[in-house]
Write a protein that binds this ligand. Structure first.
Ligand code: PLP
Length: 393
């Protein structure tokens, strides 16, 4: 049997690994559900990184042996303390996991079941964006230029960055595009971050070169969520691993996952992980239809990294804001919970996907990633209700 050693001891080696080639090894481990032993961790940083990114806690050491994912600690989730007492705000992030996966009462075409992964249960930005902000800042701890970090954000990442920067002792700078939701500037300001809304920036990607330039001039670290692999890797270790664990515990017959795209970090990771572990899991992606604005998400052709460079099977559907809000209403009226517009867009894309194909008669389980709570977008809810009551006159 392999002797197992704590992976935490090898972070200095993992940090030196560049590029994404170790993902081939990660895919092999996930598809075999076992990892081969190595003779000594020091000589194999790529292998350690593969283990780290799938969420393993231990390294199997020995000759000619292997270890199961359970033995590696991939399914070990700390879980919240029974008392729900936390001795500091940072442990809220670490210990309040996994976020809930809840079966919706909405029935999909063919009687398939819909499951919602509620990412607003992340404590700081109440969104999926706590995950990359936490991983990125954990990796640069003590190394930020001038003790300051900055990035472009559509709203949520800036909030997450401001909170976690504050807790880890950095200053934060947040750059927002013209149409950013108001909470994206108000909340970081309240937390002491420096915030600017650029009236000339149509979307977040238009701000990247400005942030890079100002980081050089003012001497802060540009964390660059669009190109920083810690974004994708945070979702592999967190969101994707949790879904793998939760789908096993719930005994799901997983047909696919659906979601939406900003940097593509979370959907690339969820797809890569689950498609490695289960054969035939589909990825369904929502993008705003031409000329439409759905807060937090963009069209694929506006440029995004991981979903394009990794080997991921996926289908993209155009969704209008109206279609997204229609699904926000469907879920609210059936489940009594308020998902956000990009979550609604993901449900709408999944329904388009399932309606458009031959009936296989197989009832499967589908997971939709809900990035955020609808309570931040009540202006959209108000407009939707006004327009639908006008339409009904
Ligand atoms: N939905 C919302 C509300 C978001 O704020 C974001 C990203 O900011 C996304 C979806 C897309 O997430 P990702 O950047 O991981 O693609």
């Amino acid at each position: 049997m392999a002797s197992l050693e704590d992976l935490n001891k090898y972070h200095h080696l993992i940090e030196g690994v560049r590029g994404l080639s170790y993902l081939e090894t990660a895919r092999r481990i996930l598809s075999n559900l076992t990892a081969p032993c190595i003779e000594g961790p020091e000589g194999d940083p790529d292998y350690l990184k593969a283990l780290y990114v799938i969420g393993a806690k231990r390294v199997p050491i020995g000759r000619g042996c292997s270890a199961s994912l359970e033995e590696l600690g991939v399914f070990e989730n700390l879980g919240p303390p029974a008392s729900m007492v936390f001795d500091n705000p940072l442990s809220l992030y670490i210990r309040l996991k996994p976020t809930p996966l809840v079966r919706s009462r909405y029935i999909l075409p063919e009687g398939s079941r819909l499951w919602l992964k509620l990412e607003w249960y992340n404590p700081y930005s109440l969104s999926v964006k706590d995950r990359p902000a936490f991983e990125i800042l954990s990796r640069i701890e003590g190394k930020a230029d001038g003790g300051e970090v900055g990035d472009a954000s559509s709203a949520n990442f800036g909030v997450a960055l401001s909170s976690i920067a504050l807790l880890k002792g950095f200053k934060a700078r947040v750059y927002l595009p013209r149409r950013a939701e108001e909470f994206g500037s108000l909340v970081p300001r309240l937390m002491g971050a420096w915030v600017t809304v650029d009236p000339n920036a149509e979307s977040t990607v238009h701000l990247i070169s400005r942030v890079r330039r100002e980081a050089r001039q003012a001497g802060f670290t540009h964390v660059n969520q669009f190109f920083n692999d810690a974004n994708f890797e945070a979702h592999m270790r967190g969101l994707a691993r949790e879904l793998f664990y939760q789908s096993r515990v719930a005994g799901l017959r997983l047909g696919g996952v659906a979601g939406s795209l900003g940097t593509s970090g979370h959907m690339a990771a969820v797809s890569f992980y689950l498609q490695s572990a289960y054969r035939g899991v589909e990825t369904v992606l929502a993008q705003p239809a031409e000329g439409e604005n759905i807060p937090g998400i963009r069209r694929v052709e506006t440029g995004m990294l991981w979903i394009n460079i990794l080997d991921i099977d996926h289908t993209v559907y155009d969704v209008t804001l109206d279609e997204a809000m229609e699904m926000v209403r469907e879920i609210a009226s059936r489940d009594g919970i308020l998902i956000n517009p990009s979550g609604g867009a993901a449900v709408a894309a999944l329904i388009k996907h399932l309606r458009g194909r031959e009936s296989g008669g197989r009832r499967l389980d589908y997971i939709v990633i809900v990035p955020d709570t609808g309570y931040k977008y009540l202006g959209y809810v108000k407009k939707y209700l006004e327009e639908s009551s006008r339409g009904g006159d």
